[in-house]
Design a protein around this ligand. Structure first.
Ligand code: GLN
Length: 195
């Protein structure tokens, strides 16, 4: 089984670990560079992107994660994790940085605060099967998709909420919360194909 990591500095680490475990992956919680070096793929959880950014720099993980992305390691980011994969943030807090890799611009909290959180069904042609039941929790929006990235899913009004670029996958919503494991499956297939 592939060994995959969940960045475990802040956020919904446990839900991701459970989804990956269900799919038969061996899961490592990544808090330091030595743990990152052991994994063939990495999940960036939902949470608070500015906090995860700060902690990743404090734990000296920003450089190694950027290098792993540059080296082609598969990474799947949900919500805050998508923000951390974005090359550009429309409205980051002062000094907020990302790992980058996805040629997109994201807007944080694009739907408002916690009370504006919502669930909806999304057709995701690439996944096949029934629509994805998606939970948006203080979710970001992909405002601009650059040439290198490809939209995977959009809301009914066309606003993009999932993107893919090479080995990188990002969703504005949380499949790990609603129990749809098809995005994790797609991530693990990518891990299996490169490792
Ligand atoms: N609003 C959060 C952020 O900007 C993301 C919320 C989430 O991950 N559910 O990081």
């Amino acid at each position: 089984a592939p060994r995959v990591g969940v960045l475990a500095l802040q956020g919904d680490v446990r839900e991701h670990a459970r989804a990956l475990d269900t799919l038969g992956a061996r899961v490592t919680l990544v808090r330091r560079a030595a743990e990152l070096a052991e994994v063939d793929g990495l999940v960036l959880p939902g949470g608070e992107s500015s906090v995860i950014d700060k902690l990743a720099r404090a734990f000296e993980l920003q450089g190694p994660i950027r290098q792993a992305i540059a080296d082609g390691m598969p990474v799947y980011g949900t919500c805050a994790g998508l923000i951390l994969l974005a090359d550009r943030i429309a409205d980051g807090i002062a000094g907020q940085q990302t790992f980058g890799g996805l040629d997109v611009t994201v807007r944080r909290n694009a739907f408002g605060g916690q009370v504006e959180s919502f669930e909806t069904d999304l057709d995701v042609a690439e996944l096949g099967g029934p629509p994805v039941h998606a939970a948006f929790i203080r979710a970001p929006l992909v405002e601009e998709v650059g040439r290198a990235a490809r939209p995977l899913a959009a809301l009914a009004d066309g606003r993009v909420v999932a993107v893919e670029q090479g080995a990188l996958l990002g969703t504005a919503f949380h499949p790990e919360v609603t129990g749809d494991i098809r995005f994790h499956e797609r991530f693990l297939a990518r891990v299996a194909s490169v490792s």
